[in-house]
Design a protein around this ligand. Structure first.
Ligand SMILES: NC(=O)c1ccc[n+]([C@@H]2O[C@H](COP(=O)([O-])OP(=O)(O)OC[C@H]3O[C@@H](n4cnc5c(N)ncnc54)[C@H](O)[C@@H]3O)[C@@H](O)[C@H]2O)c1
Length: 506
C-alpha cells in the first residue's frame, strides 16, 4: 500500500494539545481533516488555537492569508463521531486510558470503512493490548507524535503483535509525506524515545542526589560540553516533574522494576512538594518574577608559568584537546603511554568509568585528575574534572590552569564514576543497544528517533561508535564495579561489539 494521497480524508479524535497539533499537520499536508472531541466546543477551540498560532505567521509575512484560510477550511470540527465515517485514516489522541481508548476503537470499527486505518497516538499503552479487543487488529498502528506535533519531526510508527505490515508502511510513508521523520518501533514500553531517554534524566538526578554537583553546574555541562540543547534539570522543569516522574515510573514498572529505570527520590520529593517546575513557579529553579538562575560552579582562573605539556599515548576521543593546547601556544612533547597529559604536577586523563581515587591508587599515580567526555573537544566551552582524593592542591591547580589555557571553563565535581557526560552517554547507548538487541528498532532508527524527537546532538549509538569500539563497554563495566549495581550492567550487544572490535554501524 502506498502513502495516503491528499484526497484521503483524515480524522483526529481528541482535540487537546496533541490532537489539535496533529490535525494541523494533516491539514497542512493537504488533507481534509475531521476534528472530533467529546467535550462540547473543544474541537472548535482546537481549530481556533491553530488559527491563532498560524495568524502570527501570516502577520510576520511567513505565510499567505489565503493559504491560512484554505488550511482552516480543511479542518472541520464535527460534533458526532459518526461524521468521521468516510475517513481513510483515523488518529486517536484522547485521554491515556486503556478502557476508554478500547471503547473508542470499537465504535470506530463499527462505523468506519473496512479499509480505514486506525492509528493511536498513545505514549505508554501497548498497541498490542489496544488491538486485542478489535475485530480487525491488523488495521491498528501506533502513530506517536511528539509535543508540539507541528514542530517536532519525529513520528514513532508502532507495530503491535497483530499490526499488518502494509498498514504500518502506509502510515510511515504518509508521515514522511507530511514532512515528518518516521521510525518503526515494536510495541514495547516507552517505544524508542521514552525508553532510551530515561538515563538522560536519571544520571543527572543521581549525580545531584550523590552531591556530585548542583543542578546549574550539571545543566551547564550538558549544554556546553555535551552539546545538548538543555540539561536535565531545566528540561524536567519545563516538562513538569509530575509528567516526567510518571513516565519514569510507568517505564520502570512496565519493565518489571528493572533498576536501569529506577525513579529518583530527589524528583519524587519535588512532586510531593508540588514543585512541578515552570508551571508551578518552582522546580529545581525558581520561576518567580525576578528570580535569577544560579551560576554554574566555575573554577577561578589559575596562573601557571609552565609551558610544556607531555602527551603520553593517544587520548582517543579527546585528541582534539591536544590541538587546542598547541593552538594556545603550549609546547607539546609526545611520548608513548596509555593516554594521559602531564602538566606541572597534574596528570590528566579521560574518565574510563573508574573513580579518580581508585584509579590513582591502582595506577600508582596520586596526582590524577580525570576529565569528562565532550561532544566535540575542539568546540566545547566547559569541561568537568574530578580529582583523586590523593591529588595535591598544586596538581588540581595545574589541571585547571591547563584546561583554562585551552579556553575551557572548568567545573570541578566530586569524584564520581564516569563524571557527567561520559556516564550519561554510556547509559543512553546502553539502553539503545538493548532496545536494538530486543528487536524494538533498527540502530539507525534509534539514533534518528533520539535526534528528531529530543534534539540530541547525535544518536547515542553513533556517538558510542565514535568513542571507539569497546570504550562504552569498559566505562559501564567500571561504573558497575564501582557501584556494585545491576543498573549499570552493560548490554550484551556492547559486550559482543567490544570483543568483535566493531561498532553498531560497522
Ligand atoms: N501531551 C504530550 O506531550 C503527548 C505526547 C505524545 C502523545 N501523547 C498522547 O496523546 C494523547 C492525548 O494527549 P493530550 O496531551 O493531547 O491530552 P489532552 O488532555 O490535552 O487532550 C485529550 C482530549 O481528548 C478528549 N477526549 C477524552 N476522551 C474522549 C473520547 N472518548 N472521545 C473523544 N474525545 C475524548 C478530551 O476532551 C480532551 O480534549 C494521549 O494518549 C497521550 O498519551 C501526549
Amino acid at each position: 500500500m502506498p502513502a495516503l494521497d491528499t484526497q484521503t480524508k483524515v480524522a483526529v479524535i481528541g482535540a487537546g494539545a496533541m490532537g489539535a497539533g496533529i490535525a494541523q499537520v494533516a491539514a497542512q499536508a493537504g488533507h481534509h481533516v475531521f476534528l472530533h472531541d467529546q467535550r462540547e466546543g473543544a474541537a472548535e477551540a482546537g481549530r481556533d488555537g491553530i488559527a491563532k498560532v498560524l495568524q502570527r505567521r501570516v502577520d510576520k509575512g511567513k505565510m499567505d492569508q489565503q493559504d491560512l484560510d484554505a488550511l482552516l477550511n480543511r479542518i472541520q470540527p464535527v460534533a458526532d463521531l459518526s461524521e468521521v465515517a468516510e475517513s481513510g485514516l483515523v488518529i486517536e489522541a484522547i485521554v491515556e486510558n486503556l478502557d476508554i481508548k478500547r471503547g473508542l476503537l470499537a465504535d470506530l470499527e463499527a462505523l468506519c470503512r473496512e479499509d480505514a486505518i486506525l492509528a493511536t497516538n498513545t505514549s505508554s499503552i501497548s498497541v498490542t493490548s489496544l488491538g486485542a479487543g478489535m475485530k480487525h487488529p491488523g488495521r491498528l498502528v501506533g502513530m506517536h507524535f511528539f509535543n508540539p506535533a507541528p514542530l517536532m519531526a519525529l513520528v514513532e510508527v508502532v507495530l503491535g503483535l497483530a499490526t499488518d505490515k502494509a498498514v504500518a508502511e502506509t502510515v510511515y510513508d504518509t508521515a514522511a509525506n507530511w514532512g515528518k521523520k518516521p521510525v518503526y518501533a515494536t510495541s514495547t514500553p516507552g517505544f524508542i524515545v521514552n525508553r532510551v531517554a530515561r538515563p538522560f534524566y536519571a544520571e543527572s538526578l543521581r549525580l545531584v542526589q550523590e552531591q556530585a554537583a548542583d543542578p546549574a553546574t550539571l545543566d551547564a555541562l550538558m549544554r556546553e560540553a555535551g552539546n545538548f540543547r538543555m540539561g536535565a534539570f531545566e528540561l524536567t522543569d519545563l516538562i513538569g516533574h509530575d509528567v516526567n516522574y510518571a513516565v519514569t515510573n510507568s517505564v520502570f514498572n512496565a519493565y518489571y522494576q528493572d533498576t536501569r529505570f529506577l525513579p529518583s527520590l530527589v524528583q519524587q520529593e519535588l512532586v510531593s512538594a508540588g514543585h512541578l517546575g515552570r508551571k508551578s513557579g518552582q522546580g529545581f529553579y525558581s520561576y518567580q518574577e525576578g528570580a535569577e538562575r544560579p551560576e554554574p560552579q566555575t573554577e577561578a582562573p589559575r596562573q601557571s608559568n609552565e609551558s610544556v605539556v607531555i602527551v603520553e599515548g593517544s587520548l582517543g576521543p579527546a585528541s582534539a584537546l591536544v590541538d587546542r593546547l598547541r593552538d594556545a601556544g603550549l609546547k607539546i612533547i609526545e611520548r608513548a603511554g596509555n593516554g594521559q597529559l602531564r602538566f606541572g604536577q597534574a596528570v590528566l586523563a579521560l574518565t574510563d568509568g573508574r573513580l579518580a581515587t581508585e584509579r590513582a591508587a591502582e595506577e600508582g599515580c596520586a596526582n590524577l585528575v580525570l576529565f569528562d567526555l565532550a561532544f566535540d573537544y575542539a568546540q566545547a566551552s566547559r569541561l568537568a574534572i574530578a580529582a583523586a582524593d590523593q591529588a595535591s592542591g598544586q596538581a588540581i591547580d595545574d589541571a585547571c590552569a591547563l584546561l583554562q589555557k585551552a579556553g575551557l571553563a572548568v567545573s570541578r565535581i566530586a569524584d564520581r564514576p564516569g563524571l557527567v557526560i561520559m556516564r550519561t552517554v554510556a547509559m543512553l547507548a546502553n539502553e539503545g543497544a538493548d532496545a536494538h538487541l530486543h528487536g524494538v528498532a533498527t540502530v539507525a532508527d534509534i539514533d534518528l528517533a533520539m535526534k528528531a524527537g529530543l534534539n540530541y546532538p547525535e544518536g547515542p549509538l553513533s556517538w558510542s561508535d565514535r568513542l571507539g569500539a569497546g570504550r562504552t563497554f569498559t566505562v559501564l563495566t567500571n561504573i558497575q564495579n564501582s557501584y556494585g549495581e545491576d543498573r549499570y550492567r552493560p548490554s550484551l550487544l556492547l559486550r559482543k561489539n567490544c570483543f568483535a572490535n566493531k561498532g553498531f554501524y560497522a
